[in-house]
Write a protein that binds this ligand. Structure first.
Ligand code: GLY
Length: 308
């Protein structure tokens, strides 16, 4: 019988040291929330949704409350969830005023007959099925208002400024039945144009899951990530026989060498082995693999490789 496994990330970026403890604590709580469900025999989908919801509700992360602001000072959210058993997916893009876009993505997958809803249509669907709507003010935290003002002052400096700070959360899980699921949620990159959609809600870019190989969830500069289908690239690498860690390293190498991209990813294979890689200064990760030990780390770029 498969042994459950779970890995979560709190985003790759140049995370200020003063915020590291909040990242570590938030990743730990998100991991524990998802893990409790796996221990109780619930599905991988339940675990990744719960872990990501936890991070959406935590103002530390760039997802749900605490998300970065776009160039108009508004929050627009992207998320997706994927079921590796049947290759089903649900996603939501550029939606405003939703506290938990990952749950909206799951309901879209399971109930709407569609895969992706965007913008006002996504918000209307959320209202129709009874999800809690919220105001921009409820999602906005003072830290991001201050960052927005800095961006306004430096407005036309390099767009790469947008990766300063934090980015995207995600989770990949395998349950006791060997089903694999992945989820990702984000406010995107700071000072993005209204209507901009990143990699996170795009299947194979922001996340991917397939019971026959494994699952992955990505973080970083979406414009680059989507050009190399980072999550599908990683799961294909696992399918070709690489370990989860080798697959993460290979996918990141392709991101860097082919499109000069910045970011990171987590990977889980169909045996429950995990790997992760990033080329940003930091990425927060929590996981528990087949050896049964939970780890949580704010990984610095130096020393980011190795068997997990
Ligand atoms: N990785 C998140 C984004 O680029 O939107």
């Amino acid at each position: 019988m498969p042994v459950p496994a779970l890995i979560v990330h709190g985003g790759a970026g140049d995370i200020p040291p003063a915020e590291h403890q909040d990242y570590l604590a938030g990743c730990r709580v998100a991991f524990e929330t998802g893990w409790r469900l796996l221990e109780r025999g619930q599905s991988a989908l339940d675990a990744v949704e719960a872990a990501v919801r936890e991070m959406e509700d935590n103002p530390t992360f760039d997802a749900g409350v605490g998300s970065v602001l776009n160039s108009e000072g508004e929050i627009e959210l992207d998320a997706m969830i994927m079921d590796g058993a049947q290759l089903r997916l649900g996603a939501v893009a550029a939606v405003r005023g939703i506290a938990n876009p990952v749950t909206l993505a799951r309901r879209i997958m399971e109930e709407s007959g569609h895969n992706i809803l965007v913008g006002e249509g996504a918000r209307q669907y959320a209202a129709r099925i009874g999800l809690r709507l919220c105001s921009q003010a409820e999602l906005t935290v003072p830290r991001e208002v201050a960052r927005y003002r800095e961006f306004q002052q430096a407005a036309m400096r390099a767009r790469k400024l947008a990766l300063i700070g934090h980015d995207t959360v995600g989770a990949v899980a395998m349950d006791q039945f060997g089903n694999i699921a992945a989820a990702t949620s984000t406010g995107g990159i700071a000072f993005k144009l209204p209507g901009r959609v990143g990699d996170s809600p795009l299947v194979g870019s922001g996340a991917y899951a397939d019971n026959l190989s494994g699952g992955a969830s990505a973080t970083g500069h979406g414009e680059a990530i989507m050009r190399v289908l980072l999550s599908k690239t990683a799961t294909d690498a696992v399918a070709s026989g690489l370990t989860a860690q080798e697959a993460a390293d290979r996918a990141l190498q392709i991101l860097r060498e082919r499109v000069n991209g910045e970011g990171g990813l987590i990977v889980l294979d169909r045996h429950g082995n995990v790997g992760f890689a990033h080329n940003t200064p930091y990425m927060a990760v929590a996981w528990r693999g087949p050896e049964g030990v939970m780890h949580v780390t704010m990984q610095a770029e130096r020393g980011r490789t190795g068997t997990r």
